[in-house]
Design a protein around this ligand. Sequence first.
Ligand code: UDP
Length: 336
Amino acid sequence: MSGRVLLTGGAGYIGSHTCVELVEAGFEVVILDNFSNARRDVIDRLEVLTGAPVICHEADVLDRDALDRVFAAHDFDAVVHFAGKKAVGESVAQPLDYFHTNCTGFSNLLQAMDRAGVRRVVFSSTATVYGKPEVLPYPEDHPLRPESPYAANKLVCENLLRQVKAADDRWSYGILRYFNPAGAHPSALIGEDPNDIPNNLMPYIAKVATGELPCLRVFGDDYDTPDGTGVRDYIHVVDLARGHVQSLKLLIGQDQSHIVNLSTGQGFSVLDMLRAYERACGKELPYEVVGRRAGDLAAFWGDPSRARDLLGFETTRDLDDMCATSWAWVSRRKNS
Ligand code: UDP
């Protein structure tokens, strides 16, 4: 299948991996990114990986004129929207900033798309829209009770998409609810590259492994889980990226809107992750157990069956692969 796709936030962690998978699947890709949480050399690395020039507009989704200029410059078939702020803890401290970037930015984008007559969009949502689990694995029709401003922003955007489609049936959307992305591209040319001290588990363990941080702090070992530490559904970023290609194919090929979990259906604990990373880097990693992190859930994982049935989505990479590719990426980055 072919088509020209705008990736907002395409220089970021998930966006960059999706760019590679889309080009490999035959799509033409244009990136829009403000580089607030991505490095400019990602674009050069994407050119090496895809073997082709990568067009990138440095712009912000809050800049409506810039959006119009990008849509006027290219004839897009669809948009994949990643651009946004994603730190749950920061969203609690900065709810106005988060709403502005994540919700106003998205509504600006949809308006620019409408003006340009581009009405297919894949949206990066999150499993945190579900809130406290009533059943596990979470099915897509689980009640939606977001507990952080970040998760609430994502639900606002999901609802906006449903309303926009109800008002004008020419729209179609794919809402992808991500579980916990981890790992890096097997080339070790792109991966997660947080500007500050990471909040998420895998990039934090990676920095302990490289010696940039002294010790993992395990947030609680008294949860009702097999080893007492928090359990999550970690999904390899390349599998996640492939989910976007399959979502786009369903939109472009069959005009079929959908809401799906991108998950493996399996949960692993913090200590499972630490042990897997130790196997990947070949050394013991120091950790200490500290108190629970405010707002954390004990355990959740997703039901992958709708994604499999609708998109043909299957994950193929396991926890060891996530850790091995992460370790290869951070080792290379540290030595470059
Ligand atoms: N976690 C931890 N130490 C850290 C970061 C995370 O023990 O430095 C735990 C956290 O309590 C949770 C799991 O690792 O049980 C995954 O956390 P992450 O922030 O990566 O994802 P989320 O909680 O948003 O699903």
